[in-house]
Design a protein around this ligand. Structure first.
Ligand SMILES: *Cc1c(COP(=O)(O)O)cnc(C)c1O
Length: 364
């Protein structure tokens, strides 16, 4: 028996969700073709627009974020044109795979894992060929790199016909993102990262430009078709049955986020990053991500001290009560990630770091 009432998640998704938010999901159901639902939709819509810093619109999807990857490229890239993916981590590479799986012509600007994409790299690629869209990952959760989306957006926006697609699954509501100011045509995200909701609902802020592009593309699919989503959104509704319980939870969580202040939330994440870097430095660990581009929401620790990450995970679960990350994909074990995202506080982060210290002390 664990001495803790539950295993707290210190994972880069799904993250720990506050009990109040979990309980919001137990409200009595409402029908989605009712005035009550339209009210919920409209209320949530206006809060989401503030969170994305957009005046356009935010679609709500009953899926995880991956679905919107597919929706973005299917709605935005024409059959005989090309799409450019900025790859260099597990998630950016998977998004490129999804474009290929949808039969699109894909080129990649590949950087080494742990490195960022710079505006110069993108400018050079756009000199070589014409693209319908550039797809970038804001915060590459596998490596702990935050890409300079504002600067990349400025470069992409110089090309009239090229749209800018951004995966901000683990950046949104944890680190700065301004959809309209940064010239982003779709910013897509999931619920279970820095938004600190349960998984199963995803969101996308979409520009008029992308909506107009979509209307020119015949085979957009159905479930993630933004033209269909738009028709419903204009009636404060969704085309198919939405995850109502999760929308109720999202509405409540948005209230808490707006009360904290979005910029204050970004600042809290930055402070947690600083505390994590300091801890890692003092212990003699490295930081995997390129300096200057290290994420505010997840620190990927280079395991230069060669601690036994599996044993650390077991210790943390049994003694401290946290489920821990053990690194992602091909860098598992050589790195582990400290996801200081969502509703994590400096105090909770400190408990985790002290726990790892205790593990290292008893392992020696
Ligand atoms: C988790 C994650 C995804 C995948 O999101 P799902 O909600 O699991 O589909 C995509 N991109 C990034 C950057 C992520 O961190």
């Amino acid at each position: 028996m664990s001495p803790f009432d539950h295993k707290r998640l210190f994972l880069p998704g799904p993250v720990e969700v506050r009990r109040e938010i979990l309980e919001a999901q137990t409200a009595w159901m409402i029908g989605h073709r009712t005035a009550d639902f339209a009210e919920l939709f409209a209320r949530l819509q206006s809060k989401l627009k503030r969170a994305f810093f957009t005046d356009s619109r935010v679609y709500v999807s009953g899926s995880s974020g991956s679905g919107l990857w597919e929706g973005a490229v299917r709605c935005g890239v024409r059959e005989d044109r090309r799409v450019l993916h900025l790859t260099g981590g597990a998630f950016s590479e998977r998004w490129a795979d999804i474009s290929r799986a949808n039969g699109l012509n894909v080129d990649c600007v590949q950087v080494d894992w742990g490195q960022a994409h710079t505006a110069d790299l993108v400018a050079n690629a756009l000199k070589e060929a014409c693209y319908d869209a550039v797809c970038a990952v804001h915060n590459e959760t596998s490596t702990g790199v935050t890409n300079p989306i504002r600067e990349i957006g400025a470069v992409v926006n110089k090309h009239d016909d090229t749209l800018f697609f951004v995966d901000t699954v683990s950046g949104f509501l944890g680190t700065e993102l301004r959809v309209d100011d940064w010239g982003i045509d779709i910013a897509l995200t999931s619920s279970q990262k820095a938004f600190a909701l349960p998984p199963g609902i995803a969101f996308a802020a979409v520009s008029d430009r992308l909506l107009e592009r979509a209307k020119t593309i015949p085979n957009r699919g159905y479930y993630f078709d933004i033209v269909t989503l738009e028709k419903s959104l204009l009636k404060d509704n969704t085309p198919s049955t939405p995850p109502i319980a999760l929308m109720v939870a999202a509405d409540m969580q948005m209230d808490a986020i707006l009360a904290e202040g979005i910029e204050a939330r970004w600042a809290r994440h930055r402070a947690m990053r600083e505390a994590t870097h300091e801890w890692a430095d003092e212990r003699g660990f490295g930081l995997y991500a390129q300096e200057g581009y290290r994420s505010d929401t997840v620190t990927t620790v280079a395991n230069t001290l060669d601690i036994d990450v599996n044993a650390m995970g077991e210790f943390m679960e049994d003694e401290i009560g946290f489920a821990m990350d053990k690194g992602y994909g091909k860098i598992k074990g050589a790195t582990f990630r400290l996801p200081h995202m969502g509703d994590v506080t400096l105090e909770m982060l400190r408990e985790v770091l002290d726990g790892i210290d205790a593990f290292m002390a008893q392992a020696n």
